[in-house]
Design a binder for this molecule. Structure first.
Ligand code: ZN
Length: 398
């Protein structure tokens, strides 16, 4: 199994300067290689390939020993390969008849990762393994950087990446052959419904991860964004406002991840079979329907405008959560089944009566046929569980 670990780095002041220079130089390399491809194509109709650019690297490094020459050859090659992938994707979309945007030059804010494609080549994970308490990663041109290793790393380390997020630096360690950590069987099954008030409602009636803190984050984000549009381009105050928006986005992302990890862990620990919605279908059906304005056009959707930011944060949360859940389920040897969620929120789990009127509010479900009342998301989770078990049964019979 392949798996990535992400740890906070604790660089010294000098190392922070070196990391920033490393990122800037890789970005400059990316942009120069892009420029090279563009001019060659425009002036001579020639396509430059990765092999040629990689061969040029040697001369670039020799001519600039205090600059580009400081960094790992391999991480620079990885940057050139990244450009190559951008071009491959561009041509693939072109071929498919789309009108893709040409690969772009990267500004300071849009280039935040450097990758070392193999451990031991310009980088070394756990470079001071004899140190009793602290973990380090050695990066060529930067030195031994302290790592906040909050969990053990298992498997064989393959690639190492450094990523800047706002004012923080992270190392991402990607490992192969990570042993699965199978959990003992519990004999229990569960259905889950993804919601807005709680991230997850289970068929057993539990509500996991109340993302109220995300809503608070969304409010502050909205105010930071209003503040941002008032600032003049190029001003110091605008630069600070941009940093504030980015920091709040990063905070929302960390909280979402944390909540998703905890909810997924609870599910994988408690159940052998977990049934969830197929998110590809969910995202299509839950979109706010546009209202016709009576003159051939559409009214701006009030619901969408009001909760746009909130929803965008939560929507992203569902995808993140299901990704984490599927990884944990695989590692623990649990079965994860995705079902079509159509009608699950308006069908009575007690008698099967299906009507829109059953769902009175976002949270309240009262069946108009049998009077059964329940938390709307829990009711949906029970239906999801049934659909999943039926699907499983059918697959076994076939
Ligand atoms: Zn009913």
């Amino acid at each position: 199994m392949r798996r990535s670990y992400k740890f906070l780095l604790r660089p010294t002041v000098g190392q922070t300067i070196a990391l920033t220079a490393c990122l800037d130089d890789h970005r400059a390399l990316y942009n120069a290689a892009l420029e090279h491809r563009r001019t060659a194509y425009r002036k001579a109709g020639v396509s430059i390939r990765y092999g040629e650019q990689s061969a040029d690297l040697k001369h670039i490094r020799a001519a600039d020993t205090a600059g580009q020459g400081r960094w790992s050859f391999s991480s620079q090659q990885a940057t050139l390969r990244r450009l190559d992938r951008a071009f491959a994707a561009f041509f693939a979309r072109l071929k498919a008849g789309h009108t893709p945007g040409f690969p772009r030059f990267k500004g300071t804010g849009s280039f935040d990762t450097v990758e070392w494609p193999s451990d031991g080549d310009g980088c070394r994970w756990d470079s001071q393994s004899e140190h009793p308490t602290t973990a380090y990663v050695r990066l060529q041109g930067v030195g031994h950087v302290r790592v906040h290793r909050h969990r053990p790393v298992r498997g064989v380390v393959k690639t190492i990446s450094v990523k800047r997020e706002g004012s923080r630096w992270y190392v991402i360690v990607s490992c192969d052959e990570v042993p699965a950590e199978a959990l003992p069987a519990t004999g229990r099954t569960v259905g889950i419904d993804l919601g807005v008030a709680s991230l997850v409602a289970t068929s057993d009636g539990a509500l996991l991860d109340n993302p109220r803190h995300l809503a608070a984050c969304a409010d502050r984000l909205a105010s930071a964004q209003r503040d941002l549009v008032r600032r003049k381009r190029g001003s110091t105050r605008r630069r600070k406002a941009v940093a504030r928006v980015a920091a709040l986005h990063a905070k929302a992302r960390r909280r979402r991840l944390d909540g998703a990890h905890k909810a997924a862990l609870a599910l994988v620990g408690g159940y052998d079979v977990i049934v969830c919605e197929d998110l590809r279908i969910t995202n299509m059906t839950r979109r706010v329907a546009p209202k016709p304005d009576g003159e051939g056009g559409y009214l701006p959707s009030g619901a969408a405008a009001k909760s746009g930011l909130n929803r965008s944060i939560l929507d992203a949360g569902w995808g993140v959560f299901l990704t984490i859940l599927s990884h944990k389920a695989e590692s623990a040897g649990r079965e994860l089944i995705a079902v079509n969620p159509a009608q699950t929120s308006r069908t009575c789990a007690c008698c099967g009566h299906c009507a829109r009127e059953n769902r009175r509010t976002q949270a309240e479900f009262v069946c108009t046929a049998c009077g059964h009342s329940a938390h709307a998301d829990v009711n949906a989770a029970i239906n999801i569980l049934r659909a999943g078990l039926a699907l499983r049964e059918a697959a076994r019979a076939a």
